[in-house]
Ligand binder design. Structure first.
Ligand code: AMP
Length: 548
């Protein structure tokens, strides 16, 4: 017998509907942006929707058609947001490019994506001038500024002015309706080997993800919030916030290129920001500034920290010293990116603070829509006992099925299902709280036993003299690999190798304590703010462990 079908309206989940909703129901809610030009700019969701329509008309006038890629090299700001909606909303693909990558990588990515238009903030003018000759697919370059700031002389052919393009249109444009599985945006992720790989998001996946991140046990963004996404819009669509914020109507504050501790603090205060999101490195800078100057936050209540493990010491400082609650989250470009968030359940309410903290320091539990499993070396699934670790795999409607232009499937089979292998090693407890111990390639294998570099880093970060810590595997004749601790001291702080090693006593099994400590003044980060372990490993390849 044929199944009875649901009798609901068929309305595709389209990104344009989010900005239309915000314009209609939160039309006067502000979008505040620190601009590259130096000033503070204010607009609203109503204005943003109108200008996005005009920009969609401009893209069409430039000859852009179905699924043409619109590349961006831009900071977080209202023009970037308009490009998000104008491109995706009109059936084009918004391709955000990370400007912190090497120029050769940027050119490779823009060419692989076959970007037809490149929109860029003025900061990146010299970069674009340099790259233009090697970007044959790009037909139009758009400087994201007004006429007054347009460069007088440039080597970029037919450079267009963003504001002029928008102002030339009348906004008489109806957002088109199409299949919700149509590509909406594209973001490349750089692995450690080979070329970067593209994740192509769809309208459907982006909207479902935006719903999921807005849930109370996820980021819980609401129309009462003022949100400042520090996470860049070129890093996995700023974790979905450019969609999730207008979806619920929360006020948006964009920092533009001004991401140092002082600028961020001043913006948090002047705009009374309640909620933020960013990688741990950003908070290191902000907290250092706030502490050095004896400052407090007057409105900042909670923040999402993810992208790499949030050191427990950072969580404690934010919560205990500044009253900011931390939502530790885990995900990846291939997952749009959010997979898990560390939020308590009702049964944890009466538990001791130490136990609550243990859960809040984990990478958290999955949000509805993401399923996860642990896989052992033999390909079978591992138990959720909080101790057994395995390779973490995921599946869900906002997890990629394949990479852009690649035929080979990245998926693996387990329990009769296809899963995306994350490359992370984790344990999951009976309540579903997941704890990442390492990237599979960063794990330290000592005498056949795994040592978690993240755990060792977290312990070092809790030492008052440590500004930043990284643990890598150093070659060892007997044990194959042993942990080496690399540390940046806080300015003016004194601590010796012996004191740091003693700090591990009683906090971790003796055999897991690092063998040695090296002090450095700088630790290299990737373009998305993660510690470059590969670089550190190369740097300390010939390091001879004491006592080895
Ligand atoms: P990306 O695609 O650049 O966002 O990188 C994703 C990877 O970052 C993940 O596979 C993890 O290795 C790492 N990562 C993201 N969030 C966390 C977290 N909260 N704790 C530990 N590692 C994380």
């Amino acid at each position: 017998m044929a199944r009875l079908m649901g009798q609901m309206m068929q309305m595709p989940l389209l990104i344009s509907s989010v900005i239309v909703h915000a314009a209609c129901h939160h039309g006067d809610t502000e979008i505040v942006s620190k601009r590259v030009e130096g000033d503070l700019h204010r607009t609203t969701y109503a204005e943003c929707e109108l200008r996005s329509r005009k920009l969609a008309q401009a893209f069409a006038r430039l000859g852009c058609t179905d699924s043409d890629r619109i590349g961006t090299l831009a900071w977080n700001g209202y023009r970037h947001l308009e490009i998000y909606y104008a491109s995706s909303g009109s059936g084009l693909v918004c391709h955000t490019i990370n400007p912190r990558l090497f120029p050769e990588q940027i050119a490779w990515i823009a060419n692989d994506a076959e970007d037809r238009v490149l929109c860029f903030d003025l900061t990146f003018l010299p970069l674009v001038e340099k790259l233009a000759p090697s970007l044959p697919h790009i037909k139009h370059y758009i400087a994201m500024t007004g006429r007054a700031h347009m460069p007088a002389q440039t080597g970029i052919p037919n450079l267009l002015c963003y504001e002029e393009l928008v102002e030339a249109e009348n906004g008489d444009y109806a957002w088109p309706e199409f299949d919700e599985n149509t590509a909406s945006s594209l973001c490349y992720t750089s692995g450690t080997t080979g070329h970067p790989k593209g994740a192509v998001y769809s309208h459907r996946s982006s909207i479902l993800h935006a719903y999921a991140v807005s849930l109370p046990d996820s980021m819980g963004n609401s129309a009462t919030d003022t949100i400042l996404p520090v996470v860049p819009m070129f890093h996995v669509n700023a974790w979905g916030l450019p969609y999730a914020a207008p979806l619920v109507g929360c006020r948006l504050v964009f920092p533009g290129p001004h991401m140092d501790g002082k600028s961020l603090y001043e913006l948090f205060e002047s705009e009374q920001v309640t909620f933020s999101a960013g990688v741990p490195t950003v908070w290191l800078g902000l907290l250092a500034y706030v502490k050095q100057n004896g400052l407090k936050f007057s409105s900042f209540k909670r923040t999402v920290i993810g992208g790499s493990a949030c050191p427990p010491a950072m969580l404690r400082t934010l919560e205990d010293d500044f009253g900011v609650s931390v939502i530790h989250a885990w995900g990846m470009t291939e997952m749009s990116p959010v997979g898990t968030l560390a939020r308590l359940k009702a049964k944890h309410a009466g538990q001791p603070v130490a136990e609550q903290r243990r859960l809040l320091q984990s990478q958290g539990r999955v949000v509805y829509g993401v399923d996860m499993a642990l896989i052992g070396d033999d390909g079978s699934t591992r138990p959720w006992d909080g101790k057994t670790s395995g390779d973490l795999v995921v599946r869900g409607p906002w997890v990629i099925d394949r990479y852009f232009k690649q035929d080979a499937s990245p998926l693996v089979q387990a329990d009769g299902q296809a899963w995306f292998p994350t490359g992370d090693v984790a344990a999951i407890d009976a309540d579903g709280y997941m704890h990442i111990t390492d990237r599979s390639k960063d794990v330290i294998k000592s005498g056949g036993e795994w040592i978690s570099s993240i755990e060792l880093e977290n312990i070092a970060m809790a030492h008052p003299a440590v500004h930043e810590a990284a643990v890598i595997a150093a070659a060892h004749a007997k044990w194959d690999e042993r942990p080496l601790l690399v540390v940046i001291r806080k300015p003016g702080a004194e601590v010796t190798r012996e004191e740091l090693l003693a700090h591990y006593e009683g906090r971790i099994a003796k055999w897991q304590i690092p063998d040695d400590v090296v002090f450095v003044t700088e630790i290299a980060h990737t373009a998305t703010g993660k510690i470059q372990k590969l670089k550190l490993r190369e740097q300390f390849m010939d390091h001879v462990l004491r006592g080895a």
